[in-house]
Design a protein around this ligand. Structure first.
Ligand SMILES: *Cc1c(COP(=O)(O)O)cnc(C)c1O
Length: 342
């Protein structure tokens, strides 16, 4: 039985082309700046995102941590959403390793932050207060169901940041899902942000890695912080080789994942007892509410049918489409749900 694993797009395995590229990668010592494959990936990423420079890091979590540490001093404050990954799922890293205070404002339905809330959160110059140094935004917004925030939605947040002369960091773990869904060049989607982290190891299917993009000056700082965190790697071209293939071949195909997610969402929405907010299904995620009690949860009986997904508690499920999942898998998933819900 084929296991249909919809827990996350992080379960994706490298493509045959990636394995070949890894095998044949030209390598050097990246700590000396001498790995040609890393240099190539960083140049490609910077170019595609319209930033001056880029830096390969081990993970999205490390990318966000390095970025926040590059923007902030100890005792500074970062404003972020209370439903964002950095606030909830990164082990409190910015506080633990950076001594940085977080100010979490309520997250709006689609993952954005209310500009009035942002404005209010920015500290005045008063000895009681920490110094506000940064605003973080997430796009696509994971916990909101993979929603893609458009430039029109980001605009009012960026205006507040600009008015207060504050930099914005984008947790763009899935930024290419956003640009593909919006039908916009990724450069346009990330333009208001002075730094961006994106993941190679999610929908882009690489085995490892994330990339930070920003100005030359910012990346110069970030490189030292990455070193301090133990994140500098030697022949990292082994990792970067897959990243190069990802940027060349795996971005446009994200549209297939989005079509499959929509197909899945529409199929599930028709099953009595399942509720799906179809409007929020914009990229590769489907959030489902189960309106029926399963004494031992729904994950077990679905797992027995070879279908995996995440149970987020209180009847909320998350299913993610990705490379390796096709239309037939989606059909099978919908049928299994129908059977289990009956
Ligand atoms: C996955 C994810 C991260 C962290 O990436 P890792 O590579 O798992 O550390 C950060 N932000 C968002 C929104 C994510 O979905």
């Amino acid at each position: 039985m084929k296991v249909i694993d919809l827990r996350s797009d992080t379960v994706t395995l490298p493509t045959p082309e990636m394995r070949e590229a890894i095998n044949n990668a030209e390598l050097g010592d990246d700590v000396f700046g001498e790995d040609p494959t890393v240099n190539k990936l960083e140049a490609m990423a910077a170019e595609q995102l319209g930033k001056e420079a880029a830096l390969l890091v081990s993970s999205g979590t490390q990318g966000n941590l390095v970025s926040v540490l590059s923007h902030c001093q100890r005792g500074d404050e970062v404003i972020l959403g209370d439903q964002c990954h950095t606030y909830r799922y990164e082990a409190g890293a910015v506080s633990a390793f950076g001594g940085i205070h977080t100010f979490a404002v309520p997250t709006m339905e689609r993952g954005g932050l209310d500009p009035t809330d942002l404005e209010e959160a920015i500290r005045s110059d008063d000895p009681h207060f920490p110094h506000t140094a940064l605003i973080c935004i997430e796009n696509t917004h994971n916990l909101s169901g993979g929603t893609a925030l458009s430039p029109e939605e980001i605009g009012p947040m960026a205006e507040v940041a600009q008015r207060h002369d504050l930099p914005m960091h984008l947790d763009g773990a899935r930024i290419f899902n956003a640009s593909v869904a919006l039908g916009l060049d990724v450069e346009e989607v990330v333009r208001p942000f002075s730094s961006v982290t994106f993941c190679l190891s999610k929908g882009l299917s690489c085995p490892v890695g994330s990339v930070i993009c920003g100005s030359e000056e910012f990346i110069y700082k970030a490189r030292r912080i990455r070193k301090a965190l133990g994140g500098s790697m030697r022949q990292a071209g082994i990792i970067a080789a897959a990243g190069v293939v990802a940027l060349e071949t795996m971005v446009d195909r994200l549209a297939e994942d989005h079509v499959n997610a929509r197909f899945l969402a529409e199929g599930l929405a028709e099953i009595p007892g399942l509720q799906v907010d179809l409007e929020r299904v914009q990229t590769n995620m489907v959030m489902v509410n189960v309106q029926r009690e399963f004494p031992d949860g729904i994950v077990g009986p679905m797992d027995a049918r070879g279908i995996k997904f995440l149970d987020r508690g209180r009847g909320r499920l998350r299913l993610v489409t990705h490379y390796g999942i096709d239309e037939a898998d989606i059909q099978q998933t919908v049928e299994a749900f129908r059977a289990v819900m009956n």
